[in-house]
Design a protein around this ligand. Structure first.
Ligand SMILES: [Zn+2]
Length: 145
């Protein structure tokens, strides 16, 4: 596919089929996340001329991901240490081998909340249990009392 076609496809709104504005503009947007609920972040976006749906640019999306990961880490660091379990115990709970824990794509992508201390990874017990049940151990960390 030529670059011309790609940019043409990218500028058509997925909601209504109309065109997006050509220029990006900076706006503070609320992004819904599984980990923290709504997170506000200034993003470069293109708005649809018709329905006002928006597209976020890829580099901004990368920045947003880093920003959210950082917020999640900070939040997790405020949890008491007894809420976390070792890799060994996580493997036992999930009934998987150590290698599977490292290779699992979902776990790699943060589907189980974890925190690294001195090069060792610890997993949030509640998140491991949720992962075992539903295949996704994430939940809104701001709603934990
Ligand atoms: Zn639209």
């Amino acid at each position: 596919m030529s670059n011309k076609n790609k940019s043409l496809l990218a500028s058509i709104c997925s909601e209504c089929g109309n065109m997006y504005e050509q220029k990006y503009k900076l706006e503070e947007l609320g992004h819904e996340t599984k980990e923290l609920g709504k997170v506000y972040f200034k993003s470069k976006i293109q708005r649809c001329l018709n329905c006002k749906d928006y597209l976020i640019s890829l580099d901004e999306y990368e920045k947003l991901k880093v920003y959210i990961d950082d917020l999640v880490s900070k939040k997790l660091s405020s949890f008491p240490i007894v809420d976390f379990i070792s890799s060994e115990e996580t493997c036992r709970l999930l009934d998987i081998k150590r290698n599977d824990l490292k290779k699992n794509q979902k776990i790699k992508r943060g589907y189980i909340f974890s925190y690294e201390i001195d090069g060792k990874r610890f997993f949030l017990r509640k998140s491991v249990e949720k992962f075992k049940k539903f295949g996704d151990g994430r939940f809104n960390l701001n709603r934990v009392i």
